[in-house]
Ligand binder design. Structure first.
Ligand SMILES: *[C@@H]1O[C@H](CO)[C@@H](O)[C@H](O)[C@H]1NC(C)=O
Ligand SMILES: *[C@@H]1O[C@H](CO)[C@@H](O)[C@H](O)[C@H]1NC(C)=O
Ligand SMILES: *[C@@H]1O[C@H](CO)[C@@H](O)[C@H](O)[C@H]1NC(C)=O
Ligand SMILES: *[C@@H]1O[C@H](CO)[C@@H](O)[C@H](O)[C@H]1NC(C)=O
Ligand SMILES: *[C@@H]1O[C@H](CO)[C@@H](O)[C@H](O)[C@H]1NC(C)=O
Ligand SMILES: *[C@@H]1O[C@H](CO)[C@@H](O)[C@H](O)[C@H]1NC(C)=O
Ligand SMILES: *[C@@H]1O[C@H](CO)[C@@H](O)[C@H](O)[C@H]1NC(C)=O
Ligand SMILES: *[C@@H]1O[C@H](CO)[C@@H](O)[C@H](O)[C@H]1NC(C)=O
Ligand SMILES: *[C@@H]1O[C@H](CO)[C@@H](O)[C@H](O)[C@H]1NC(C)=O
Ligand SMILES: *[C@@H]1O[C@H](CO)[C@@H](O)[C@H](O)[C@H]1NC(C)=O
Ligand SMILES: *[C@@H]1O[C@H](CO)[C@@H](O)[C@H](O)[C@H]1NC(C)=O
Length: 574
């Protein structure tokens, strides 16, 4: 059903494009339940019968490309009483009159993207009890009135990314206890008022990354995913509830809180010297402390559930205590630490380690016999950048081949939470054929906050010891690392509420861009064409790729099965 809807949408928009001639003409293309309107203005919306097929009044979805007007009035949507979804992409909309949606009470979703909304007045969305999704992305919002969201009882997803908001009223969310996901990233927030989250029952995701927060002090906030990166925080509090915290690119020195349920903590590029508070967070399975001035004698032995540890650029001196007890480790990054030798006996506890990165140190030699003794499962060893001459490097690579070690980390970067910070150190010159897989994995990880229900399911049902994806793909090689992210995406698309599926790609593509990097709103037909194509193919294309990926995989396995049967046959024949 979803597929056919996407297909129809492609049809409509392609049709629209073919017949699209001048930049000024209004154009309306409809399907029984949805319409795409290009170059609408408010008079056009109030008299759609002049431009659109007669059945337009009963549609559910309205997509406006380029709104050639500055205001949405109380009458703008009056003719469309059954609307459930309104999306306005691009245009000069700068004001929404309070009550503009009052005559369309069935609205489930409103998206206003790349317009120039500068403020939201009190009661703007009054009457929208059933609204679940509100995205106001890449506008010019600087202020929001205290009661702007009044009445949005069922609001679940709120995205205000890519605006210029400097502060928020403390009562902003008081009507919306059911909020599950709030994205305020890429704004200019310098602080958040105390109590702003008090009325929300339980947040799943809160994203305030790319702002100018100097503190984030909400010890009682119940949130599962917390994104705080690229701010100016100097301290971090980790509550009992949160499972994933991304707080890289800050100035964090001190850490507090129990972190009782914390599994993933990203703290690269901060000012942490003392790791003691982190060592009490026993549920951690992924930890990045790269680029922090850690005390050289820091040890990690109390985190006995740790699987991935990133310690690039940290001053660390490795001793027997450093990695004691870490028997679940699969990935360790020790690049850029001026290490001069590798004593594998100090890695003895990590006997399941699959990948070890020691690139960009000054290691003189590697004892592979010892390596195999202590790290029997090691598959990937990154050794580039240790100042070896070509002959010596070649010799080492030869030894690595003999010990079944790969020298690069291709395929690793889809590790869900760390893909954004994973730096490929040693991959210069390797095949570019793997590049698409990284694009999909980026897509996957960016998207990861919006597939909320699916995420919840994943977090609650995942076994305490999930199979490390990392080593699997490293073993299986590039092909499987390409198809893997795609197959992981299948459930996400399958489970998402219909209403939000269509927009994820655009929305997330936007969300990651800081406001100043947003594409300039062009008005050429070519640009609109491009936008429409992106819109349709991002949805349709991904679905196709997922399906394709699925069949490819299936075929590969089929082939393998077939050949094994064949060989059995031939043995019998012989
Ligand atoms: C609104 O758009 C229609 C169709 O393009 C145009 O004829 C009309 O003049 C526009 N009205 C205003 C007020 O711009
Ligand atoms: C809205 O939907 C209802 C029920 O589906 C239908 O009876 C009504 O005619 C629709 N309204 C319009 C304006 O089409
Ligand atoms: C609407 O389009 C016309 C013609 O392109 C343009 O002159 C006018 O400025 C636009 N109005 C707004 C509000 O963007
Ligand atoms: C809001 O959500 C509640 C609970 O999910 C539901 O019972 C109610 O009907 C919703 N309100 C509207 C107007 O959809
Ligand atoms: C909206 O913001 C952009 C970029 O910050 C700026 O260039 C533009 O002038 C603003 N437009 C309005 C109407 O405020
Ligand atoms: C994030 O923060 C770092 C360090 O403060 C800065 O170098 C980088 O440019 C920031 N990134 C963005 C996209 O703002
Ligand atoms: C920690 O996580 C478990 C399992 O997900 C959950 O049952 C528990 O309530 C969480 N603890 C807190 C303090 O949120
Ligand atoms: C964290 O650890 C405690 C006890 O070690 C356990 O009860 C709890 O369920 C764990 N939480 C998660 C999310 O694994
Ligand atoms: C290793 O674990 C044991 C038991 O959990 C603990 O007593 C010991 O202190 C740990 N070692 C280090 C270096 O933390
Ligand atoms: C590594 O050594 C170089 C030169 O000896 C020095 O400049 C650099 O600061 C050292 N880096 C670390 C992380 O200790
Ligand atoms: C290459 O490095 C090795 C080990 O450091 C050294 O023994 C050898 O002489 C070097 N070869 C050349 C050609 O520099």
């Amino acid at each position: 059903m979803k597929l056919s809807f996407a297909g129809i949408l492609v049809g409509i928009t392609l049709n629209a494009l073919v017949s699209y001639e001048t930049a000024d003409a209004a154009l309306c293309m409809c399907h029984p339940s949805s319409c795409v309107v290009i170059n609408a203005n408010s008079s056009m919306l109030s008299h759609p019968e002049l431009y659109c097929p007669a059945n337009m009044m009963s549609i559910n979805d309205l997509l406006i490309l380029r709104y050639n007007d500055t205001i949405l009035t109380v009458d703008s949507f009056a003719p469309f009483t059954n609307l459930t979804s309104v999306e306005i992409f691009q245009g000069s909309l700068s004001r929404i009159e309070p009550g503009a949606f009052e005559k369309t009470p069935a609205l489930f979703k409103i998206i206003v993207r790349s317009n120039v909304l500068s403020t939201l007045e009190d009661y703007t969305f009054r009457g929208l009890d059933g609204l679940h999704i509100l995205y106001l992305i890449s506008n010019n919002l600087t202020t929001i009135a205290p009661n702007a969201f009044y009445g949005l009882k069922n609001l679940t997803y709120l995205v205000l990314s890519g605006n210029q908001i400097t502060q928020l009223p403390s009562t902003l969310f008081s009507s919306s206890p059911l909020l599950r996901s709030v994205s305020l990233n890429n704004n200019m927030l310098t602080g958040l008022p105390t109590g702003i989250f008090d009325n929300i029952d339980s947040l799943f995701k809160l994203d305030v990354s790319y702002n100018q927060l100097s503190e984030f002090d909400f010890p009682d906030l119940q949130v599962t995913l917390l994104f705080l990166h690229n701010n100016s925080l100097t301290s971090l509090q980790v509550g009992d509830h949160v499972k994933v915290v991304q707080a890289h690119q800050n100035r964090i020195r001190t850490i507090s809180g129990s972190g009782f349920n914390l599994t993933d903590l990203l703290l690269s590029d901060n000012a942490i010297a003392d790791v003691t508070p982190i060592m009490a967070m026993k549920n951690l399975s992924k930890l990045s402390l790269s680029n922090n001035p850690l005390r050289p004698d820091s040890t990690f032995g109390s985190l006995d559930r740790l699987e991935e540890l990133f310690l690039s650029r940290t001053n660390l001196m490795i001793s027997e205590q450093t990695f004691a007890n870490l028997s679940w480790m699969t990935l360790l990054d020790l690049s850029y630490n001026n290490l001069t030798q590798l004593d594998f006996s100090m890695f003895a506890a990590m006997n399941k380690l699959k990948s070890l990165i020691v690139a960009y140190n000054r290691i003189e030699t590697i004892n592979f016999i010892e390596l195999r003794e202590y790290l029997p499962e090691l598959r990937v060893l990154e050794i580039c950048g240790n100042g070896w001459n070509a002959t010596y490097l070649e010799r080492m690579l030869g030894k690595m081949r003999k010990h079944k070690l790969r020298a690069d980390m291709q395929g690793l970067s889809h590790s869900l939470i760390f893909s954004s910070v994973f730096v490929e150190l040693c991959s210069a010159g390797v095949e570019t054929s793997t590049k698409p897989s990284f694009d999909y994995s980026d897509y996957y990880s960016e998207d990861f906050g919006d597939g909320i229900e699916q995420e919840i399911a994943e977090y609650t049902t995942s076994s305490p010891r999930p199979q490390p994806r990392v080593s699997e793909s490293a073993k299986a090689g590039h092909v499987s690392s390409t198809s893997k992210p795609m197959t992981t995406m299948v459930p996400m698309f399958a489970l998402e509420p219909t209403a939000s599926v269509r927009l994820n790609t655009m929305v997330t593509a936007d969300v990651i861009l800081p406001a100043e990097q947003q594409p300039v709103v062009g008005s050429s037909p070519l640009y609109i064409t491009f936008q429409v194509l992106v819109y349709t193919f991002s949805v349709f294309g991904i679905v196709c790729l997922v399906v394709l990926g699925y069949y490819m995989r299936k075929r590969r396995f089929d082939v393998r099965r077939a050949t094994s049967i064949d060989s059995a046959d031939s043995v019998r024949l012989v």
